[in-house]
Design a protein around this ligand. Structure first.
Ligand code: 5RP
Length: 294
């Protein structure tokens, strides 16, 4: 009998199988604690380590910009295709169905409108409210080189301290003012500052020359903003080039929700980001899906 128990025990304990101790694959995140990693896994798809974030937070300084006049009508149908939604708490509470279970990246800075100096922001969300909303990350604008540079960087560091207390990652969003040159040198400076000061990941703009030096010198993942609306093929090409040069995904707004066929566009962007589909193939897919959408 004792012999039988021993056999059973050694079977149940799987003593011949080494205990799994898998590293967390996301760049720069292996030393984070469990809650942070779990939240980051709601942003970066565990199968690819990349993300399609749908950015719809523009209203926090722009008001009802084109494509976001009726979030319930234009954005809610896109949600099934987004790994993550980036929005304000006002839109989240008023308009996003609480059945949305992917990650929410909460816009956590604000204070100036398009009519004033944009870099004059403050932290605009209490950490308790972010926890109440069950968010996956907090997003803060960082205005390197702008009039209120130090204040915006201080917003980032305070949010990082608050986020670290509760296991909530912070996304540093590099905002490029009109007077700044959008080149790799500037993006390297701005993204590295965000990472050095504790951002779990950083959002920046793609630059056609030297973008791989931006991703390689940033120790945490980089996602790219889409920027102003481009023809769909160009937007897909930009997403593709960014991924090829080390970006971990896109945080795309206008190039999706202002597209001729937003549902088709977000599906095409997904294929580029997660499957490295070529821009041409993704554009063909976009056109085929767009015919069904319109
Ligand atoms: C606004 C933002 C936006 O989320 C960001 O610009 C992404 O949207 P788009 O792709 O339209 O540029 O951070 O400050």
């Amino acid at each position: 009998m004792a012999e039988k128990d021993n056999n059973q025990e050694s079977h149940n304990y799987h003593i011949d199988i080494p205990v799994k101790n898998e590293p967390f694959a996301l760049r720069g995140s292996n030393s984070l604690e469990w809650g942070m990693k779990n939240r980051l896994s709601k942003i970066f798809h565990p199968a690819t380590g990349r993300t399609v974030m749908l950015a719809i937070d523009h209203g926090y300084f722009l008001g009802p910009t084109a494509g976001l006049e009726r979030v319930d009508v234009t954005i809610v149908p896109l949600l099934p295709y987004a790994d993550t939604l980036m929005c304000t708490r006002g839109i989240l509470r008023s308009t996003i169905p609480p059945t949305f279970t992917q990650g929410v990246v909460l816009r956590a800075s604000g204070g100036s409108s398009i009519l004033k100096e944009l870099s004059q922001e403050e932290i605009a969300v209490d950490i308790e409210d972010a926890i109440r909303l069950n968010v996956a990350a907090l997003a803060v604008q960082v205005f390197v080189g702008a009039e209120f540079e130090a204040r915006s960087i201080h917003n980032l560091t305070r949010l990082v301290d608050m986020g670290n207390r509760y296991g909530i990652p912070v996304l540093g969003v590099t905002a490029v003012g009109k007077e700044m040159v959008r080149d790799a040198k500037y993006m390297r400076l701005a993204t590295r500052i965000c990472a050095e000061l504790g951002a779990s990941y950083v959002k920046t703009y793609f630059v056609s020359e030297g973008f791989e030096t931006v991703t390689s010198s940033c120790p945490v993942p980089i996602v790219i903003a889409g920027g102003k609306r481009l023809p769909e093929l160009e937007a897909l090409q930009m997403a593709h080039d960014a991924i090829q040069q080390g970006a971990a995904g896109v945080d795309m707004g206008r190039n999706i929700f202002q597209s001729g066929a937003p549902e088709a566009m977000i599906q095409a962007v997904r294929r580029v980001v997660h499957e490295r589909m070529s821009p041409r193939e993704a554009f063909d897919l976009y056109q085929a899906l767009a015919r069904q959408e319109t």
